[in-house]
Design a protein around this ligand. Structure first.
Ligand SMILES: Cc1ncc(COP(=O)(O)O)c(C=O)c1O
Length: 386
């Protein structure tokens, strides 16, 4: 590897995890404890997250994808049910619908936020939907209009909140209120990480009870205690669940991240503001959302490149300078499999199409330095004005 110098500055990773000695010590403590999988740490994490979010129920699971699968399973939709999903999301939001025999109906997004558009949803509700999964894209809370439209139509909502832990809107921490539940991700790049992990946050006791069993094959309550001395009790299988519990090794890491979370979020906001001010002078470059959303969890730093800019060339220029970038998202309707297995809603997906080749995500993590963000801005500005 080339040594770091003026000509070869250190690489800037896309979303380096912000891990301290405290996370390392917590994982070590569990490794030494004699109990690795779901147990006390996972229960503590659930209680601490519930307190942080001011929500009655948090069920820790192995991923956001698992939380979405569980929420879908709870709905028990009939075969062929139609589920409205913004096309601007990660594949697993919609794959869960397919796994449960439902048909994804891909909807358009708002040009400002790239969150589900109310107009697109309204048109689809008129043509009949059985459930809706809005996504809090990049950490920007889903518009209340979306929840209101679904409530009026009597259509249940599952929130894909993979990006939005830390977002605050009129609902407070804006996760899971007025919906079946909100699905959080603790994947390695997320605002709070346990390497892999997630949670279903809900105000409904029936959803939480279902999730606790379904995440452990559908076994009856507390079956994970079946190995504790003196605890063996006959357990039952009460539903066709999946294996999606969160082990204590990972939960311990998440607990430390939660303790540090507000500080990490403040640092994210500082870096987002830095990007916005340093790139303000680049003609034609727009942030997504266009203006800073104060309630956002600041999960991503997404820009829409000036018209006529070659995105691949721009990403390559950044890559050549050692700067990692990404694209959130390639809209689902463009994937071959969804082309054959999903329908586009009646309003079309014109906005998603208009920006699909022009957005890119810049490095963002509380572990990045001001100097690293400055270098990204410098290289990006030079690349798009070249
Ligand atoms: C919007 C969205 N939903 C769901 C997921 C899946 O999260 P996980 O990897 O925790 O299953 C992701 C992952 O990046 C995502 O971006």
């Amino acid at each position: 590897m080339a040594p770091v110098s003026e000509d070869h500055p250190a690489p800037v990773p896309f979303a380096p995890p912000d891990i301290t000695e405290a996370e390392i010590a917590a994982v070590e403590r569990v490794l030494r404890s004699g109990w690795l999988t779901t147990g006390n740490e996972s229960e503590q994490l659930e209680a601490e997250l519930a307190a942080y979010l001011d929500m009655p129920h948090v069920v820790a699971v192995s991923s956001c994808t698992a939380a979405i699968e569980i929420a879908y399973a709870f709905l028990s939709l009939p075969p062929g049910a139609r589920v409205g999903i913004p096309t601007w999301t990660f594949a697993s939001t919609a794959l869960a619908a397919h796994h449960h025999g439902a048909a994804p109906v891909l909807l358009d997004v708002d040009p400002d936020t790239l969150n589900l558009s109310a107009a697109s949803l309204e048109a689809a509700l008129d043509s009949g939907l059985d459930a809706v999964i809005p996504v809090h894209f990049g950490g920007v809370p889903v518009d209340q209009a979306i929840l209101d439209l679904c409530a009026r139509a009597g259509v249940p909502v599952i929130e894909d909140a993979a990006h939005s832990l830390g977002a605050r809107d009129h609902r407070g921490m804006s996760a899971g209120q007025g919906s079946v539940g909100a699905c959080l991700s603790f994947y390695a790049t997320k605002n709070l990480t346990s390497a892999e992990g997630g949670a279903l946050v809900t105000e409904r006791a029936d959803v939480a009870e279902f999730a606790r069993s379904f995440r452990l094959h559908g076994l009856s309550k507390d079956a994970w205690r079946r190995y504790e001395p003196g605890q063996f009790a006959q357990y039952d299988l009460i539903g066709p669940g999946i294996k999606a519990n969160l082990p204590d090794v990972l939960a311990a890491m998440a607990r430390v991240q939660l303790e540090r979370f507000e500080r990490m979020q403040l640092r994210r906001r500082e870096l987002v503001l830095r990007y916005r001010s340093e790139l303000a002078a680049v003609a034609g470059l727009r942030f997504v959302p266009t203006e800073l959303v104060v309630a956002s969890a600041d999960h991503l730093a997404v820009v829409e490149l000036p018209r006529g800019t070659d995105r691949s060339a721009t990403m390559s220029a950044l890559g050549a300078a050692g700067i990692a970038t990404s694209v959130h998202f390639q809209p689902l309707h463009r994937f071959r499999w969804f082309g054959a297995n999903a329908e586009v809603g009646p309003g079309g997906v014109d906005t998603a199409e208009a920006v699909a080749d022009r957005v890119m995500s810049l490095p963002l993590s509380p572990a990045l330095t001001d100097a690293e963000v400055d270098r990204v801005c410098h290289v990006l500005a030079a690349a798009v004005t070249a």
